[in-house]
Design a protein around this ligand. Structure first.
Ligand code: NAP
Length: 303
């Protein structure tokens, strides 16, 4: 493995088991790691532990926050943290402008404070190279959930995938691979054409109300309230809905429950079902992103 990160000081802030696999991979590439929120973690050889995020921002060249970002108040999930980790205005004010911040996704308020202060934020979950690779553990995880939540085999079942984006395609592809009858629902003509080419039944969202009644398992990837009352009324009562879209999902869960339809929100699957693979995916992608950002920042400082 290359030592492309030699001499670069990275703060890994919060996270879950993914980071336990990410950290040694980054170390192999020469990075010096400061861990923020790892007081309760298993031993991490060579990692300097700092509890205060405010203190850490001045000790490093790059800040790496988790894929799931923060909550509205800036709380960063830290599975192994003793104390709360909060990414707020005070922290942003303290970050030197030479230090880029990588995070799965950021709230608009955070982005605008960072922009005013001249801090570069890279939202990694939105990047194709991350999202497409991450869709593999997500799809495996959601199919595992479908197996657990239903009394039928996936093989031969009527599956419907709502949204044919980076995650939807991978789910559809895997479902086909294990013998499901898959309907892909999208709103763009090229996506519907590709669905036909893949051997899916292609349905436009405008026809969802008429089509959804035949689905036994519904996978939603659309981060918009797509499974509303009108659509849910048409869903078979013994169907299962698994919603992967970012919280709060695209399903009216309360109404689904009233109708007696099993509906589950399934956030953060990659970190739950395959933290090792996902940590390694991040370790593959981060070095290039980090080096690109540091080069851009150094060039703008020099000029
Ligand atoms: P993506 O590539 O942007 O795909 C989203 C899909 O939703 C696109 O096909 C898009 O269609 C469609 N869409 C968006 N708004 C729509 C609307 N109003 N009506 C109809 N279709 C709409 O995103 P992704 O990477 O696949 O991720 C999808 C969601 O899953 C995100 O919320 C992401 O955070 C989440 N996710 C969750 C997990 C997990 O573990 N639960 C893992 C990965 C991703 P157009 O192209 O026509 O806009």
């Amino acid at each position: 493995m290359s030592a492309g990160l030699k001499g670069i000081r990275l703060a890994v802030v919060g996270g879950d088991d993914r980071e336990l696999y990410l950290i040694p991979e980054l170390q192999k590439q020469g990075a010096y790691i400061v861990g923020v929120g790892y007081e309760k973690a298993p031993p991490l050889p060579g990692v300097t532990l700092i509890s205060s995020l405010l203190e850490a921002v001045n000790e490093v060249d790059v800040l790496l926050f988790p894929m799931f970002g923060t909550d509205e108040r800036g709380n960063v999930k830290g599975k192994y943290a003793d104390l709360p980790i909060i990414l707020n205005k005070d922290v942003i004010q303290a970050i030197p402008t030479r230090v880029p911040l990588f995070i799965g996704w950021a709230w608009p308020a955070l982005k605008s404070i960072a922009e005013m202060k001249g801090i570069r934020i890279v939202e990694t979950a939105l990047l194709n190279e991350v999202a497409i690779l991450n869709s593999i553990p997500s799809a495996e995880g959601v199919i595992q959930m479908a197996m657990e939540l239903t009394l039928i085999t996936i093989h031969g079942s009527q599956c419907m995938v709502l949204g044919l984006g980076r995650t939807g395609w991978t789910i559809a592809h895997m479902l086909k691979g294990i013998g499901a009858n898959v309907t892909g629902v999208a709103r763009k003509a090229p996506d519907l054409a590709r669905a036909v080419e893949m051997g899916l039944k292609a349905v436009h969202f405008s026809e969802l109300e008429e089509e959804i009644g035949s689905a036994e398992i519904i996978f939603n990837t659309v981060p918009y309230p797509i499974l509303d009352r009108v659509i849910l009324e048409k869903v078979a009562r013994d169907a299962v809905i698994i919603d992967l879209a970012s919280i709060p999902g695209g399903t009216d869960f309360e109404y689904a429950q009233m109708l007696g339809i099993k509906a589950k929100l399934a956030p953060g699957l990659p970190g739950i079902v395959a933290p090792k693979t996902t940590g390694k995916i991040l370790a593959q992608v981060y070095p290039q992103l980090i080096l690109r950002q540091l080069t851009t920042i150094n060039t703008s400082i020099d000029s």
